[in-house]
Design a protein around this ligand. Structure first.
Ligand SMILES: Cc1cc2nc3c(=O)[nH]c(=O)nc-3n(C[C@H](O)[C@H](O)[C@H](O)COP(=O)(O)OP(=O)(O)OC[C@H]3O[C@@H](n4cnc5c(N)ncnc54)[C@H](O)[C@@H]3O)c2cc1C
Length: 440
């Protein structure tokens, strides 16, 4: 019997690979290339729609811990990411094109996965299915899900612009990672003095924004991690200087001082021919993006290869609908995975795909499903999405705050993060030995 997976994004590809590697055939439905969401631009699977960063690498951090837990479960996406890393200080950033290419090739060459290029418009009524259609689930399926479960929500999400490397005026830049973490040329820093910043700031807050088509404009909910730069700026003149333009940890070698504000540019591809404007997700009209961002001295001649955009983002009210093993409360044969469940972020989505895939196999085999221990990042995230005590459910990314308190809590922040991480990994190791017989 085949297991159905719908959506070949980050969660769907992980789920499909987990199922196939357990020896079970998969039918993976993907609406590309026939149809694409407003944010997906390529025909590849596992497309990263905004930043090319998979966040911190250090195991002693929430994002790093999540990735380490995934590696220990043979994460297919982590294997792809490791093969196409681009330098980004302490973060794991990838060449997005190569990454998606590797994901696609891996899926297509797995003999147990049959890819079907088709948009699914209804929830399958029979067999075992994992729905991983993401925050931009096509309208017809979103409607079917809403009709079945109600309570599905929408909020905003935004992507940052990308410029060509050759169009950056290096005269006005210096290379360095904040606090000298990572390689010294991982980031191109575009410093601004007070006057330049004020001119830029005033242009930004008064610039014209693109109309919001299919959103509830009256009640926008902005994904905090991807908040449009103009929305953040509107909160006050200093906000950007404490956010994406913070100069802390950066000294301009030309002046020997910390600049007033800094825009960081991060390599978008391994060849270093494109750079993205870190933290500059935006919904300004395209000509306005060119006009306003060109006020940053280093970008006065910048060629924009992609402008920022803003999109709908849909997720379930999971605590009412899902169990912590990602199955639907009312139907043990139906699973959801990825951002649509309310986990937030690329790797969080992929991690949920691992668990949903493993559990789909276990249901097929008549085995009890798995939920990782609460003190692991994967366990904490899956418990969070199914926690009935959460009243106003909002998506959640990996963070140390969702882990249970440490018995002995070090005062030092870094030591505390390390203690959480080592406890989680030890706990995961015991669990996978007991439940899966892996790692011996
Ligand atoms: C604009 C935007 C920017 C984001 N930026 C970031 C970021 O910078 N960093 C971060 O960590 N997270 C970001 N996110 C959040 C989230 O991590 C990503 O959306 C992530 O790709 C979610 O993974 P997923 O597998 O759930 O969905 P996706 O990766 O979106 O995969 C879903 C797949 O399902 C397919 N599909 C959809 N409907 C159907 C259907 N009916 N039938 C068949 N196939 C279908 C789609 O074509 C797609 O390939 C962003 C989200 C959005 C929308």
């Amino acid at each position: 019997m085949k297991i159905n997976v719908i959506g070949a994004g980050l969660a769907g590809c992980e789920a499909a690979m987990q199922i196939a590697s357990a020896g079970i055939p998969v039918r993976l439905y993907e609406m590309k290339p026939n149809k694409k969401s407003p944010a997906h631009k390529t025909n590849y699977f596992g497309e990263l729609v905004c930043s090319n960063s998979l966040k911190a690498m250090r195991v002693e951090s929430a994002a790093g811990l999540l990735k380490e837990e995934m590696r220990r479960l043979n994460s297919f996406l982590m294997q792809c990411a490791d093969k196409c890393q681009v330098p980004a200080g302490g973060a794991l950033a990838v060449d997005r094109e190569k990454f998606a290419q590797l994901v696609t090739e891996g899926i297509q060459s797995q003999p147990l996965i049959e890819v079907v290029s088709e948009e699914i418009t209804a929830i399958p009524e029979s067999g075992i299915t994992v729905i991983a259609t993401g925050p931009l689930t096509s309208d017809a399926l979103a409607k079917a899900i809403e009709e079945r479960f109600g309570d599905s929500l929408s909020f905003f999400d935004a992507a940052a612009p990308i410029v060509t490397a050759e169009s950056i005026d290096m005269e006005y830049t210096f290379t360095a990672s904040r606090y000298e973490r990572g390689g010294e040329d991982d980031y191109i820093n575009c410093p601004m003095n007070k006057e330049e910043y004020e001119r830029f700031y005033n242009a930004l807050v008064s610039a014209e924004r693109a109309p919001l088509h299919d959103f509830d404009v009256s009640n926008p909910k902005v994904y905090e991690g991807c908040m449009p730069v103009e929305v953040m700026a509107q909160r006050g003149e200093g906000t950007l200087r404490f956010g994406p333009m913070k100069p802390v940890g950066l000294i301009d070698p030309k002046t020997g001082h910390r600049p007033w504000a800094v825009l960081q540019l991060r390599k978008e591809n391994a060849a270093g021919t494109m750079y993205n404007l870190v933290g500059f997700q935006t919904n300004l009209k395209f000509p306005e993006q060119k006009r306003v961002f060109s006020l940053i001295p280093a970008l006065h001649n910048a060629d924009f290869v992609r402008y920022g955009v803003m999109h709908r983002n849909t997720f379930l009210c999971s605590p009412k609908i899902l169990n912590a093993d990602f199955s639907v409360k009312e139907n043990k044969n139906l699973f959801f995975a990825g951002q649509i469940t309310g986990v937030e972020g690329y790797m969080e989505s992929a991690a949920s795909g691992i668990l949903a895939g493993m559990n789909a196999v276990r249901v097929l085999r008549g085995q009890p499903t798995l939920v990782f221990p609460a003190d692991t990042m994967m366990g904490a995230l899956s418990r969070y999405i199914a926690d009935p005590t959460v009243k106003k459910f909002q998506p959640m990314g990996a963070n140390l705050g969702i882990l249970p308190e440490l018995e002995k809590r070090p005062r030092d922040k870094r030591e505390r993060a390390a203690a959480y991480a080592y406890r989680a990994l030890a706990s995961q190791e015991i669990y996978i030995k007991e439940q899966l017989g892996m790692g011996e």
